[in-house]
Design a protein. Structure first.
Length: 85
């Protein structure tokens, strides 16, 4: 898996270990899901959608992935909190 090799080499450059990457991954996935959900569903953004429908069409294609990331990473975060205590 070349992506994993690139990620691990980059993490070595930054001085991160697997535990830190694990923490960052779940929070990045959760942030992606929340941000995209916020952009697509927040009422003032509906006015922006009328001005730029092409952009929102692209974002709508990613909505199911964003929702999956948000719920899966939320469960991952809650599971870590549960096992930590």
């Amino acid at each position: 898996m070349p992506t994993l090799k690139i990620l691990l080499s980059y993490s070595d450059t930054l001085g991160m270990d697997i535990q830190t990457l694990d923490e960052l991954t779940k929070w990045m996935a959760f942030s992606y899901g929340v941000l995209l959900f916020f952009v697509l569903e927040f009422p003032p953004m509906k006015a922006v959608e009328k001005k730029s429908p092409e952009l929102f069409l692209i974002l709508r294609r990613h909505q199911s992935l964003a929702l999956f990331c948000m719920w899966f990473s939320a469960a991952w975060i809650l599971q870590d909190l549960w096992f930590a205590h």
